[in-house]
Design a protein around this ligand. Structure first.
Ligand code: FES
Length: 122
């Protein structure tokens, strides 16, 4: 879907009713493919190019963050981690950082709910 372009990099990419919790969509904005995600009511947007070897990152599975607490494995931030379908590197939807190598980062974009619209600033 092509976005509706407005001024100052403001792009309406969906109606809120069409991008409900747990859903995503990939849009084109000025020649860039960007994935927009709704995770428990919070929207995230990242470039659909994995910084590892250019895989289609936004087609990957969403996962929780897996961390150690003492000797226990804990699962936090359900669905906020995006796993690339090519080589399984995981990226934080919020920051774009790769979990195992924070020096590698996917581009993120600001997303806002504005009335009935989901808007990406890119
Ligand atoms: S291209 Fe994404 S992990 Fe390799």
């Amino acid at each position: 879907m092509a976005s509706k372009t407005h001024t100052n990099g403001r792009h309406v990419v969906a109606r809120r009713a069409d991008l409900t919790d747990g859903h995503r969509k990939v849009v084109w904005i000025d020649g860039r493919e960007i994935g927009v995600f709704n995770v428990a009511g919070t929207y995230y947007a990242v470039r659909n190019i994995c910084p590892h070897r250019t895989g289609p990152l936004c087609l990957g599975r969403q996962r929780p963050l897996v961390a150690w607490q003492g000797s226990e494995i804990v699962y936090e931030r359900e669905n906020e981690i995006l796993k690339c379908p090519w080589h399984q590197y995981e990226f934080d939807l919020k920051t774009g950082e790769c979990i195992v190598d924070p020096s590698m980062r996917v581009r993120t974009y600001r997303v806002e709910q504005e009335g009935d619209e989901v808007v990406v600033y890119a």
